[in-house]
Design a protein around this ligand. Sequence first.
Ligand code: NBP
Length: 486
Amino acid sequence: MTSTAPAPTANIGVVGLAVMGSNLARNLASREGNTVAVYNRTWEKTETLLAEHPEAGFVPATDYKEFAAALQKPRTALIMVKAGRGTDAVIDELVQVFEPGDIIVDGGNALFTDTIRREKAVRETGINFVGAGISGGEEGALLGPSIMPGGSAEAWVTLKPILESIAAVAEGEPCVTHVGTDGAGHFVKMIHNGIEYADMQLIAEAYDLLRRVGGLSPAEIADVFAEWNTGELESYLIEITAEVLRQVDATTGQPLVDVILDQAGAKGTGAWTVQTALDLGVPVSGIAEAVFARSLSSKPAQRAAAQALPGGAENWTVSDRDAFIEDVRRALYASKIIAYSQGFDAIVAGAEEFGWEIKKGEIAKIWRAGCIIRARFLNRITEAYAADPALVALVTAPYFADAVSGSLPSWRRIVAGAALAGIPTPAFASSLSYFDGLRADRLPAALIQGQRDFFGAHTYKRIDREGTFHTDWSGDRTESVAEDTH
Ligand code: NBP
């Protein structure tokens, strides 16, 4: 390498050449018309990428100045580094060498509030900053991810052809769309990951029931999942679950799932979804239970201490195995619909709070391929929002309402049976409770309002009169109070 800056031959550059960055760089380089500049803090990664992929014609840079010099204007850089301080460090360097009109895209898993902050700060320099959620893992990055860019409409004009060229394709359409301004892209990616947590937990609960109650072996359950993957549950996660369950451990000869430690890890995007939903007041209960189920699994001391506790459980004997499998399938499908419905509720609430114009149907479309939650029924979500853009809850759209209604007897049998048998089904059960809460004519929230007024004079509203009320609980006297007293 010489230290002379290369001529500006590249139309896009990638900073950060770990697994995601190098695969995205290769994906970009493989598309006609793209020349890709590459930079990584540690030179060895750049060197390895160049040596392993000479066909990509990468333009390497040894520092940020050289990187900027390699890019045609307006310069476009895609940052793929560890989210957090690394992202800020790279942005600080790029704004030194970029000019107004250039574009910095952060494709890492940034928290959307960080993206809002960064976009505001970078915009002051005249440089565009785009937070883009990228899903699909390393394979998606190489072959075609689902991409959720935020940022300005101006930056989108330049980015559109580049991102469309590398995105996954579903039914002829690229899985990328301008989600909304500033942090909208990372917000939607966060919700995507939250739904992913719920979907994985639901599949795990289905597996557990088939194993412990149905008595099926992992290989038999793999066959069941493979069969389910030919119907309305068809999805990437169902497909890979069958493969995971079929895997045999080379050392012990046992099903691999039986020798994997049962403590689920997490990188934090599920927790972000739940924390954000709590702030927005959106009940994403299925996603929350999925996050908590991973937390519970990773508490060996508490689990060991509780091993000796009695379960008071009843035997659950299955007389018709096929009927039981079908019950589990329907419970899974109904709960999955709830998870997506809750996720879209969170998107609607986030859009309202942060002033984004998010087209819900378009989001479902760009999740059809390339991403982890890709699933057959996403087209139904797009259709539901096309039929009624103001749809207040996805689960009330005719297709989903019918699907859930048709599953109800199975869903209730599974949740009740699991409770009696002492088998944890936090996501199945909370999803059913959510559904029952949503459709209830009256909720015990009325009692909670009474309690709040009793101990804290928090006031309440009445069903028969306008206004705000407080009761003198000792004297049994109800009085109307001014709105601004609570
Ligand atoms: P990592 O998240 O493991 O990050 C490693 C990269 O960050 C290396 O290139 C490293 O440079 C660079 N880096 C760090 Br760490 N600190 C830096 C700094 N201060 N300045 C410059 N560079 C710095 O890589 P990854 O797994 O490829 O993921 C990249 C991004 O994509 C992350 O934000 C991740 O959350 C997101 N993402 C990952 C996946 C996935 O499936 N893995 C999927 C979707 C999104 P070095 O080589 O010099 O240490």
